[in-house]
Design a protein around this ligand. Structure first.
Ligand SMILES: [Zn+2]
Length: 280
């Protein structure tokens, strides 16, 4: 994937960036809508919805004392890069749920504007009706899709937080959530292959494949990160079968240098040197 992203503006102290892959999305939208004006509105609603969703995560994280590096808007959605993550399971639960909660609120706003007499004052013209109707449609999808238990998507994070809170350690919870995430990613990829075979290109086939790939790789990446974070420095600590419920459970304690409770930036593995402290 193209990595280059460009700084657009800063809001609540969080730099907002646009990824080059958005250009592809522009073409997809332009092809789908009948008139360029509708394409522009659709694109605007999409970016606005993703931005507000990510701000939901980010502002909740900041409320728990975490640091947000930036928000990047991409073709396959948004990504809020955290410099530190909440330590407590219930905090991660709230942080993960805040994004879908924003999407649900936007979907309800779109519903009120287009389907109820009271809200109809917002959607009097054809264009404003399209705006709110698309907002309802898109955010319903964002809400449901993000709640899929496909770690590291929001639903998967919620699942992990739930497991961690009530049943198991963070490492085990992450193992379960990330394996389920990879399973769902495989199903998603298979559905894209099926669409390809049946020549049904309507359902955002390429985007589905890219999302499946990014879930598949990010699930493992974040599992490895949690292992390192929790002091398991030599890969899977549990057994040679990669199954964490049995086997050796010795662990080296986190280094006591005052840094132990600062998580490594989760999305920065492989590119960890790029952490920039912004002073613009
Ligand atoms: Zn989200």
């Amino acid at each position: 994937m193209i990595k280059s992203s460009y700084h657009l503006f800063t809001i609540f102290g969080i730099p907002i960036k646009a990824d080059l892959s958005l250009l592809i999305l522009v073409f997809i939208l332009a092809r789908n809508e009948s008139h360029p004006v509708y394409s522009i509105i659709a694109g605007f609603v999409l970016l606005l919805s993703i931005l507000l969703h990510e701000l939901g995560h980010s502002l909740t994280a900041i409320a728990f004392g975490c640091r947000v590096r930036d928000i990047t808007l991409m073709m396959i959605g948004g990504c809020a890069s955290m410099l530190s993550m909440p330590r407590k399971a219930w905090q991660e639960f709230l942080m993960a749920f805040a994004g879908p909660a924003v999407s649900l609120a936007l979907a309800i706003l779109g519903f009120l504007a287009t389907q109820t007499p009271v809200g109809h004052v917002l959607a009097t013209t054809e264009l404003s009706y399209f705006f709110f109707n698309y907002m309802m449609y898109l955010n319903s999808i964002l809400f449901i899709f993000n709640l899929l238990p496909a770690f590291p998507m929001d639903g998967g994070r919620i699942l992990r937080a739930f497991l961690q809170q009530f049943f198991m350690t963070k490492v085990r919870a992450t193992w379960v959530a990330s394996r389920l995430g990879r399973f769902i990613a495989i199903l998603m990829a298979l559905s894209a292959v099926y669409s390809l075979v049946t020549k049904d290109f309507s359902g955002y086939l390429i985007i589905r494949l890219l999302i499946a790939y990014s879930i598949y790789s990010a699930a493992e990446q974040e599992y490895q990160m949690v292992l390192a974070e929790e002091g398991y420095n030599n890969g899977n600590p549990f057994s040679r079968f990669g199954f964490p419920f049995f086997g050796r459970t010795t662990r080296t304690p986190p280094p006591d240098d005052g840094q132990a409770y600062v998580s490594p930036p989760p999305y920065e593995r492989g590119g960890a040197k790029k952490v920039d402290v912004r002073k613009e």
